[in-house]
Design a protein around this ligand. Structure first.
Ligand code: SF4
Length: 1010
């Protein structure tokens, strides 16, 4: 009997007409069986709802084509089990392993290759391309095509041999069953309706062809018979293929679309080269927002307003986006803030779940040689119980930083060995270039080592190869030990765990069906990850009604009162289409497969915009992530061109003032009120939060002010008493610590008052303090042991041996793990030292080195005492070198590895105080004589810094006295500032030093080379 085909524009009642037909049959034959086929489960639920609303759905089965295939096979007695994703993955893997390949050989071990092949096989099957025919037609073609055909044939043979089918195979079997028994489904259904489709694939058309003789078929299709409209191109193509395959009785609905004027206008004229006329809409419904995040907020705000003001039910609202992955987090977070329940049609991949991410991180640790960063993420993960107290983990992390442990048990063993040899080393903040960190030692080390060794033992997999089942057993034991299941609480975790268990079951089951797969740990892990990546994380079941959020492809066939479509900017929608590397366009054409480059996204858009019964909103982002203008999609332009200029489009900038009544959450309302600088009395219940926001505003104002001032900018006078006690006169200061305040008071506060330290991820090689310490030590020893330190040749003669001995023990002495470059670095340091010694000798005429590493205020040495404002200030330090001239006068030399901030201005501004204070210490604390000169020596640059005490000049005076006086004035200022709690953040000239611990969060941070 001819199949009835209803073709008409969207929203003209095609689904209603099908339901009327169903109702009419049921009235006549109350026990009749009727089947409705729709594209997916979403539409099945929608059709059922419509059916129930029209008077009940008893006797009507609504499902997808797959349900129909199963029904046919059950009837024929030929039903075969469907292989799970994991099993199919395993079968394709086996086929790839056992098929001789040349062209695809390099891809054999790539996990993406298996997934791509699975997709290609599925597409070939959907197009009813049988493996034998494909192998035959591939003879004499490219090697790639021949190998693809061989793989496809081997896959199908294996699947059949096992007595299983894949999803696409189900349709083949159904086709075969009907071909064998054409009357199989006679009297099984009074009516078979196919609703909501805009195209049919080969197997679906073949099934219809086989059923049409015995079954009453009704198909609905959007569009227009004989239409040449671009918007209808996809439907027209579908119609002409159907006409070739099936005898059709065409019925064109004459009802006009039941759409509001604007949407009906879009439906009628979209993509027409010359629209008949343009209209003025009632309101704007094309909204341009700054970013996808703003689009998500605006859309949900619009829906919330419709729900509250127009009483539109939640389930009558839908949001569609072309790339849901990008919009999902924004929509989820805005919906949560606005208190709107949403249901996403597509779950994320299982691997995006925090519990599974943590698990994969744990299992990857052994294969990544226990990379330190990942190791500590795992140790601190709430999903595992390792029995390690937090303090132990903190200590281990500290050791990893100090010992530069980048990865691997060997590096940990090295650091344990090194630390057990090192003694107690208290660190003094003597010099910003030589502050070495305190390493733990002794018994503490043993305890830490044993904790970490236990952890390594616990998670290290057994060596060698095993079956997947054995590996899975090992993994389950490990997770039981770590209480992974008990620690994974929360609805999302439980859903993820269920998916995880399912993946493990599939791995084990695939072995019992296909045979044991003997693999090493790395391969097992890769198989497990691929299986998890292919599994979706189901959405938690929504309690009650919710707003539907789906991909734009899912919009077809559904109707809602309010529909929003997001992402109408260039590149997002229509998306950029790329040819398929496995099934290239030429082969597609030959096999009759759909082109990858002509997916008719225009028809998809046409369907999506006509889904709304009363309200439609289109949005697009107008700025890209890098701040560039983002062009609109051609589809956006096509809609805009149908309306009078400036009537349909609205650009909403984040700073635009908005009526408070439009705010979708109290959070948003307060945010807008701050912008308006006032909260009306009607919102009295938000008064407390309003005050908090005002405070926040004051803080932001203070932070934006040119000059850091006030209690929000480092002035903490409330702590005066405590600070005065903590930094009382009896405290011994180092010049370096005082210079920190002189450089930036806030940096001093963070480093010294809060005792915070900047840490960098462990890396191989030396840090700046270690380089400084090594070079200082070589210089000290080479001059001290030279036969004549005043003779450059004598010093140079000692240099190689001295340097060699310092370099030999440097890793232990200064706590670093030498990189592969260490040998090379030693040569470079040696050359650098040679150059610097020669240059230093050139600037030392008349001076002879007389003392090295002269400590004051350290251990038993007396501190420098300076009388200031009636207070005795105590200082300590270590003078690198003191030279003497023929008259017994002294020159103080301070070595610096770096070259910056060694000028007169740095002393004048209080950033460098060391040199005059050291000169004073040489005279007064060490009583070595009268200093008449002082200079910094740049080791790397082999030259003196521009600050020379003998020629110094400032408002405080000239020469060495002037320099000392300048330093004293800074001491008074600095000590007063510290004790009164004055710590404003003031970025030093030239930018903030990278070792400032506040650099990560400081609002006044200025990047620069220090
Ligand atoms: S980042 Fe700059 S301004 Fe901020 S505390 Fe550090 S040095 Fe001062």
């Amino acid at each position: 009997m001819p199949t009835r085909l209803i073709v008409s524009a969207p929203a003209t009642g095609k689904t209603n007409a099908s339901i009327d037909d169903i109702r009419a049959i049921l009235e006549k034959y109350p026990l009749a069986k009727i089947r409705v086929i729709v594209p997916d489960r979403l539409q099945a639920a929608y059709f059922r709802r419509r059916l129930s609303a029209s008077g009940g759905s008893i006797g009507v089965y609504v499902g997808t084509f797959n349900d129909l295939y199963k029904n046919i096979l059950e009837k024929s007695g030929g039903y075969v089990p469907i292989a799970s994703n994991a099993l199919l993955h395993r079968i394709v893997q086996d086929v790839v392993d056992t098929t001789p390949l040349i062209h695809y050989a390099p891809l054999r071990t790539q996990p993406g290759f298996i997934l791509a092949l699975k997709d290609a096989f599925a597409e070939l099957k959907r197009a009813l391309i049988y493996p034998e025919a494909f192998v035959e037609s591939s003879r004499g073609t490219s090697l790639a095509q021949q190998e693809l055909a061989l793989l496809y044939a081997a896959y199908q043979t294996k699947l059949r041999g096992m007595g299983w089918a894949d999803f696409e195979g189900l349709s083949w079997l159904a086709v075969a069953a009907l071909e064998e028994s054409p009357d199989l489904m006679e009297d099984s259904m009074k009516l078979l309706v196919m609703d909501g489709f805009d195209s049919f694939i080969e197997t679906q058309r073949r099934i219809m062809q086989l059923l049409e003789r015995t079954t009453n078929l009704l198909i609905t299709l959007p569009g227009d018979v004989a239409s040449s409209r671009t918007a209808h191109r996809r439907f027209s193509r579908t119609l002409s293929t159907l006409q070739k395959d099936i005898a059709l009785n065409l019925q064109e609905a004459s009802t006009p679309p039941f759409l509001p004027a604007e949407i009906a206008h879009v439906e009628k004229n979209l993509f027409e080269p010359i629209p008949t006329f343009i209209i003025k809409p009632d309101h704007t419904f094309l909204k341009e927002l700054r970013s996808p995040s703003e689009e998500a907020r605006e859309t949900l705000r619009w829906i919330k307003a419709l729900i509250i003001r127009e009483h539109i039910p939640l389930q009558e609202c839908a949001i569609f986006a072309p790339n849901l992955d990008q919009y999902q987090p924004h929509l989820r977070s805005a919906a949560h803030e606005f208190g709107l329940p949403v249901h996403f049609t597509l779950g994320n991949s299982l691997t995006t779940s925090p519990a599974i991410t943590a698990l994969i991180q744990l299992l990857n640790l052994p294969t990544q040689n226990f990379r330190t960063n990942a190791l500590f993420k795992v140790l601190r993960s709430p999903y595992f119980s390792f029995g390690l107290p937090l303090e132990i983990i903190d200590s281990l992390e500290k050791v990893s930083h100090l010992g530069m442990v980048v990865e691997g048990r060997e590096q940990w063993n090295e650091i344990w060995e090194r630390l057990s040899l090192s003694g107690t080393s208290g660190s003094f903040d003597l010099d910003d270039e030589r502050i070495l960190k305190n390493l733990p030692h002794g018994k503490d080390i043993q305890a830490l080592q044993s904790h970490l060794d236990n952890f390594f033992q616990l998670i290290t997999p057994p060596e060698g190869v095993r079956s997947q089942t054995e590996w899975t057993r090992w993994l389950e034991d490990l997770l039981t030990n770590l209480q992974f299941h008990e620690n994974s609480t929360g609805e999302q975790d439980e859903i993820a765990l269920e998916g995880f268990r399912e993946a493990l079951r599939a791995l084990v089951m695939s072995e019992s069906i296909v045979g044991a797969r003997i693999v090493d740990y790395q391969q097992y892990l890769s198989d497990l990850q691929n299986t998890l990546a292919g599994s979706a994380l189901a959405e938690p079941s929504a309690l009650g009604a919710s707003i539907l959020v789906g991909n734009i492809r899912e919009a077809r066939g559904l109707r809602f009162k309010a529909v929003a479509i997001l992402g109408l900017s260039e590149g997002l929608f229509p998306s950029v289409e790329r040819p398929d590397p496995f099934l290239p366009e030429s082969l597609r054409e030959e096999l009759g497969l759909d082109s990858r480059l002509e997916r008719e996204q225009g028809s998809l858009f046409y369907q999506a915009v006509t889904r709304a019964d009363t309200h439609l909103l289109l949005t697009r982002p107008y700025l890209s992530e890098d701040g560039e203008a983002w062009e609109p999609s051609p589809y956006w332009n096509a809609v805009a061109s149908l309306f009078e200029e400036n009537t349909v489009l609205q650009k909403i900038r984040p700073d635009d003032p908005r009526p408070l009544a439009d705010a979708a959450s109290s959070h948003e309302l307060l945010f807008w009120a701050v912008r308006r600088k006032g909260l009306p009395h009607t919102y009295a219940e938000l008064e407390t939060r309003w005050k908090q926001l005002q405070h926040a505003r004051d803080v932001i104002h203070a932070r934006r002010a040119k000059r850091a001032d006030g209690s929000n900018e480092g002035q903490i006078h409330d702590l005066q008493v405590d600070l005065a006690k903590r930094f009382a006169p009896e405290k011994i200061w180092s010049a370096s610590r005082l210079e920190t305040y002189g450089t930036c008071p806030q940096m001093f506060y963070v480093k010294t008052v809060l005792d915070l330290e900047a840490t960098a991820p462990p890396s191989l090689g030396l840090d700046i303090a270690q380089v400084g310490s090594i070079l200082h030590k070589v210089l000290e020893e080479v001059y001290r042991t030279a036969d004549n330190p005043g003779d450059v040749n004598s010093v140079l003669k000692r240099l190689p041996e001295t340097a060699k001995s310092v370099f030999a023990t440097a890793p232990q002495d200064f706590g670093f793990r030498p990189s592969e470059l260490w040998e090379l670095e030693q040569d470079q340091y040696l050359a650098m030292l040679e150059t610097t010694i020669v240059a230093l000798a050139d600037t030392s005429e008349g001076w002879t080195p007389m003392a090295y590493e002269q400590a004051f205020g350290i251990h038993d040495t007396p501190p420098l005492e300076i009388e200031l404002d009636g207070e005795k200030v105590l200082l300590r330090g270590l003078i690198d070198r003191i030279d003497q001239d023929a008259d017994g006068n002294l020159r103080v030399v301070d070595y610096k590895t770096g070259s910056s901030h060694l000028s007169k201005e740095d002393l004048i501004h209080g950033r460098r105080l060391q040199l005059p204070l050291y000169a004073l210490a040489a005279k007064e604390a060490l009583k070595l004589g009268e200093p008449i000169e002082g200079m910094y020596w740049k080791i790397r640059a082999a030259e003196a810094g521009s600050l020379k005490l003998s020629i110094f000049k400032s408002d405080a005076g000239e020469g060495i006295e002037g320099a000392v006086q300048t330093a004293k004035e800074h001491l008074i200022r600095i000590l007063k500032g510290i004790r009164t709690g004055d710590f404003p953040p003031v970025p030093p000239k030239g930018g903030c030093p990278e070792y400032c611990p506040a650099a990560q969060w400081c609002w006044r941070y200025q990047k620069a080379g220090w």
